[in-house]
Design a protein around this ligand. Structure first.
Ligand code: SF4
Length: 97
C-alpha cells in the first residue's frame, strides 16, 4: 500500500474561519516587554497567530485560531492574554477527512 504524506499546512488550509469583526476572542494584555511565556507563543502557536512588533511586543491576529488552547495554558500563570471561545457561529470550522 502506498503511503500518502500530507503537510500540516495543507490540512490546515482545508479549514474555514468565520471572523467575528471587532470582537477578537483572544487578546494580549498591554506590555512593554513580553514575559518568557508570552514571547514563546510566537513559536508555539500552530496557526501562527502571534507575532512580534518592531518594538518587541507580542501581538495576536486570532483569525485562523484553531482553539487548541495552547496559548491559554502557557500563559495561565502569567495572565498575559485574555482567552475566550468565539461566539457561536464564529471561529474555526474544521473540515475532517
Ligand atoms: S488557541 Fe491555539 S491556535 Fe489559537 S491562538 Fe492559541 S495557540 Fe494559537
Amino acid at each position: 500500500m502506498q503511503e500518502i504524506h500530507i503537510k500540516v499546512e495543507e490540512k490546515l488550509y482545508q479549514n474555514r474561519y468565520m471572523v467575528d469583526e471587532g470582537r477578537p476572542h483572544i487578546s494580549v494584555k498591554p506590555h512593554t516587554q513580553p514575559t518568557e511565556a508570552l514571547a514563546s507563543l510566537v513559536k508555539i502557536c500552530p496557526a501562527g497567530c502571534y507575532s512580534r512588533t518592531e518594538t518587541g511586543q507580542v501581538e495576536i491576529a486570532p483569525d485562523g485560531c484553531l482553539e487548541c488552547g495552547t496559548c491559554r495554558i502557557v500563559c495561565a500563570a502569567t495572565g498575559d492574554i485574555e482567552w475566550n471561545y468565539p461566539r457561536g457561529g464564529y471561529g474555526i470550522l474544521f473540515k475532517f477527512g
